[in-house]
Design a protein around this ligand. Structure first.
Ligand SMILES: Nc1ncnc2c1ncn2[C@@H]1O[C@H](COP(=O)(O)OP(=O)(O)OP(=O)(O)O)[C@@H](O)[C@H]1O
Ligand SMILES: [Mg+2]
Length: 397
């Protein structure tokens, strides 16, 4: 009995309550504590009784209910929320995730969807949850393609949406510009934790990385000089990533457009590579070469996902063409919006803060939602020990 997971239903009419109760009865690990039609009564009960799972309908007065959820989670942090809604638009999904909802299913509820969502939440039980951390590197072997824009905005959105700690690391060691994009002057740069790797713990890291405003985003800047950049080795980068994984749920890396040893060490240590390209022939050709190189490096096909930046519906080359040339599906498209992105960069304010309603902000948010979901389920990291004899030139043969 003590193994059962206490669950509460909130904001459902009598008929829905009866139906969901029947579905829950089929799950032998669930104990349905109580069902409520009144949302305020439900939240009062949840705060007292502290069930592990709360299933709540957010179709009506969505903002109000999400606000209650968000407040409740500040006190009962481990409560896992399954939301049900007639509105399944990306806007609602994003708002729900920001409020702390773990999963959202559409109403009217389909029995199997509901049961598998509850099953999934059970798997994420805080008691059993092992800390998972995901390293996502935003890469291209071409400069000026939009890596930094994507890395910065994706990291910020992941921090806002998942409420987890996110690190944004500038491994563009010679010409990093994350600090310019965010208009920050961190007290420390990457050389500092690298020199102190053996002393690193969570507290040290959280004090070393620059917390961005009132968010869960922590930034590690590039070194201030070429000399300092040269001193950093690929082994140190691997070590840094190991300690970052212990503290941050997501580590987003912006990196130089090359295949130097340090870049390859970073890519080896990544769970996911977002390979950024644009819809023009030279960029697609480069992207194709990158995919070939990744294959030679032994990466699983799913470890790399293609992101089309500056996408326009009326581009002469169509997405289908890109996909057939690359023999790979395009994972995400970021629209072309020069005005929004340039005014954000020039002011040092992320575009999602400056222009929250723009198509480009929505695209970055959508990418974050997709990754937050996918990345939790998958682990693509290839732990490859590249020896010093590894012949890098063979990658280009
Ligand atoms: N979605 C977009 N729509 C329009 N313009 C964009 C978009 N993304 C990036 N840009 C433009 O491309 C320029 C380069 O972007 P960004 O600095 O993010 O690229 P990068 O790949 O990091 O470049 P580098 O290789 O120099 O580090 C930006 O200054 C901006 O003008
Ligand atoms: Mg850049």
């Amino acid at each position: 009995m003590s193994e059962k997971i206490n669950t509460v239903l909130a904001n459902f009419d009598t008929q829905a309550q009866q139906l969901l109760s029947l579905y829950l009865e089929e799950l032998d690990f669930v104990n349905l504590e109580k069902s409520f039609e009144d949302i305020n009564e439900a939240f009062d009960f949840v705060l007292k009784s502290r069930p592990e799972i709360l299933v709540v309908d957010i179709s009506q007065k969505t903002d109000f209910v999400l606000n209650l959820i968000s407040k409740m989670l500040t006190t009962h942090k481990t409560c896992k929320i399954l939301a049900v809604s007639t509105d399944y638009s990306s806007n609602t999904v994003i708002k729900a995730m920001r409020a702390g909802v773990r999963d959202l299913i559409s109403a009217p509820v389909i029995k199997e969807d509901f049961k598998s969502a509850i099953q999934k939440l059970k798997g994420e039980s805080p008691v059993k949850k092992e800390k998972k951390s995901r390293v996502i590197t935003v890469f291209s072997n071409k400069g000026g393609i939009g890596k930094t824009s994507i890395a910065v905005n994706l990291a910020l959105e992941l921090a806002n949406i998942t409420k987890e700690k996110v690190a944004l690391i500038d491994l563009n060691l010679q010409m990093g510009d994350i600090t310019t994009f965010l208009d920050i002057s961190p007290s420390f740069d990457i050389s500092y934790p690298i020199k102190n790797l053996s002393k690193m713990n969570s507290e040290f890291l959280l004090n070393t990385l620059e917390k961005y405003k009132d968010t869960n985003l922590y930034v590690l800047a590039d070194p201030p000089s070429l000399e300092k950049a040269k001193e950093i080795t690929s082994e140190q980068i691997t070590g840094l990533m190991r300690v970052l994984r212990e503290t941050f749920s997501y580590i987003i890396i912006d990196i130089s457009p090359n295949f130097e040893k340090k870049t390859i060490a970073t890519l080896d240590n990544s769970d996911l590579i977002l390979l950024v390209t644009m819809v023009n022939l030279p960029a697609i050709r480069n992207c194709q070469r990158c995919l070939e190189i990744f294959q030679k490096l032994g990466y699983d096909e799913n470890k790399t996902q293609v992101v089309l930046n500056r996408f326009m519906e009326n581009d002469e080359i169509k997405v289908d063409d890109v996909e057939s040339v690359l023999n790979k599906e395009v994972y995400w498209k970021v629209p072309n919006n020069y005005f929004a992105i340039m005014s954000a960069i020039n002011k040092g304010i992320p575009v999602s803060i400056m222009n929250p309603d723009s198509n480009i902000t929505q695209s970055y948010q959508g990418l974050a939602v997709k990754l937050a979901d996918n990345v939790l389920k998958q682990n693509f990291a290839v732990k490859t020990d590249r020896t010093s004899e590894f012949n890098f030139m063979s990658l280009f043969e």
